[in-house]
Design a protein around this ligand. Structure first.
Ligand code: MN
Length: 254
């Protein structure tokens, strides 16, 4: 007798929490997972990058994310750490900031290998969502986007070129045409950004703001306050934080 033929289909899509710039804020990341009722093993965690640097416990963040099978895209600070590690091996890391050098000394080979393997973008096909650290140019295919722009851009100037400056041009995400929804970080000055096809999740946790994430597929925002100011915010960041704090408190109830 022939074994029965089985043909399966499933609409099962893992519930996914995409989290904004963590910058070593391990305590707040744990609080956000709890706020989102995150179930390790069942739910997926994705970071928009900048997991490390500036904050109190970069190693704790890296190991927590790895322990729950989290994914991430590369952020400019993750990239800085990797460049510092490479320079250190060549005995040429003098020009890197002290905080970065101290962190690199404490990272083990596994930490560095995990960071080095991070992609620049992560497409969550079943969620019709693309995750990137800083931004993307509309009408340029993902594979043709410049690495530097993916890691650092914030605005698009009138002539169509990208810039990391917020004083120039308009937020890149305001020009993103979809249809995929893009989730990104890297812009604590603009803070929470909600555009038709893009959402900015950097609400300046390390500057004493909030750590914010988006739950997929429902596109629900979740957010927890920073336990303290870990790094001094610029004036622009502080102002935006006050505005986001109000909006997100309403959403999150705390
Ligand atoms: Mn960044």
């Amino acid at each position: 007798m022939q074994p029965p033929l089985r043909f399966g289909t499933t609409a099962l899509v893992p519930r996914t929490l995409v989290v904004g710039d963590v910058h070593g804020c391990a305590e707040e990341l744990r609080a956000l997972l709890e706020e989102a009722a995150f179930r390790p093993g069942d739910d997926a965690l994705v970071s928009v990058g900048d997991l490390v640097n500036k904050g109190p416990d970069s190693i704790g963040v890296l190991r927590l994310v790895r322990a729950i099978g989290g994914r991430a895209v590369l952020g400019n600070h993750d990239d800085l750490v990797l460049r510092c590690a490479a320079a250190r091996r060549a005995g040429e890391d003098d020009s890197f900031p002290d905080g970065v050098r101290r962190l690199v000394k404490k990272l083990d080979d596994e930490d560095l290998a995990w960071l080095a393997a991070l992609p620049l973008t992560l497409t969550l096909e079943s969620h019709h969502t693309i995750v990137v650290h800083a931004g993307m140019l509309p009408s340029v295919p993902i594979g043709s986007q410049a690495r530097e722009h993916l890691l650092t851009m914030r605005s698009i100037k009138a002539d169509g070129t990208p810039t990391k400056r917020i004083e120039e041009g308009v937020p890149w995400a305001s020009l993103w045409p979809g249809p995929e929804h893009v989730l990104f970080g890297h812009d604590a000055v603009r803070g929470l950004q909600r555009w038709p096809y893009a959402t900015g999740l950097d609400t300046g946790c390390v500057y004493g703001g909030r750590l914010t994430g988006m739950l997929l597929p429902e596109r629900k925002l979740v957010s927890v306050p920073a336990t303290r100011e870990w790094s001094e915010p610029s004036k622009g960041v502080a102002k935006q934080q006050a505005r986001d704090d109000k909006a997100l408190k309403k959403l999150a109830g705390r």
